[in-house]
Design a protein. Structure first.
Ligand code: CA
Length: 240
């Protein structure tokens, strides 16, 4: 069975329920991890980087409400689905008030559970992306740089930069100053380099080939002769 790359954490003390959930989630392509008490569940929610938590309410050591509240204090986006008993109507309301995203009533249908899991993971990805789009995005001329997604676009088109090319661009863009090749080597390559600085020139040339509309006449990454490289943030010359 194939993996969809998403991990679901089950926090539930009833072994038979964990087994049923685990079997069906794995069948649907999820990686499954499980905790059988609230303390362990909370630790795994915060440290094991699940994409969603299925959380029982009546749990040993720490109940599901407290686990949910503690998760929310640390992580605003991690989807939490409460597993509630049908008769505990007030639990559902309380759960949503303290930050659970949804609940599912025991005994649940597997089909409904999988639909809820899928919908809540997708919604969170969308929320995270929207939040990223509004923050940490730099713009200059036709270029945009999204630092959270480490993505550079020119006129809306994503550029395929290597990690190093991205790092060079990011460093020059954010420092806003003429930067020597020695400094670039130290900051981007991460060590003091006393050897061949042409490594930097080659990397900058390759970056320009991807970044610039005309690499022979760069407009974004400019050279200050004898001093180094700098990013032209003004873009006053761009007119086409
Ligand atoms: Ca229980």
């Amino acid at each position: 069975m194939g993996s969809n790359g998403k991990t679901v954490l089950i926090v539930e003390d009833e072994k038979t329920i964990v087994d049923i959930l685990e079997f069906n989630l794995k069948l649907a392509g999820y990686t499954v991890i499980a905790a059988f008490d609230g303390i362990t569940g909370l630790e795994m929610a915060l440290n094991a980087k699940p994409d969603l938590v299925l959380l029982d309410i009546m749990l040993p050591r720490l109940d599901g409400f407290k686990v949910c509240r503690a998760i929310r204090e640390k992580d605003a986006l991690l989807p939490v689905l409460l597993l509630t008993a049908r008769e505990e109507e007030e639990d559902k309301v309380l759960g949503l008030e303290i930050g659970a995203d949804d609940y599912i009533t025991k005994p649940f249908s597997i089909k409904e559970l999988l639909a809820r899991v899928k919908a809540n993971i997708r919604r969170t990805m969308y929320d995270a992306q929207t939040a990223e789009d509004s923050a940490d995005t730099l713009t200059a001329g036709k270029l945009t740089l999204n630092q959270n997604r480490m993505e550079v676009r020119r006129a809306g088109e994503t550029l395929e930069l290597s990690q190093r090319e991205y790092d060079i661009l990011c460093y020059l863009w954010k420092s806003g100053k003429v930067t020597s090749r020695e400094e670039l080597m130290e900051k981007v390559w991460g060590y003091d380099y006393y050897g061949d600085l042409r490594v930097v020139d080659v990397a900058v040339r390759r970056l320009r080939e991807k970044l610039e509309e005309n690499p022979a006449e760069p407009r974004y990454i400019l050279t200050r002769r004898g001093a180094g490289y700098y990013f032209d943030n003004e873009q006053l010359t761009i007119d086409n």
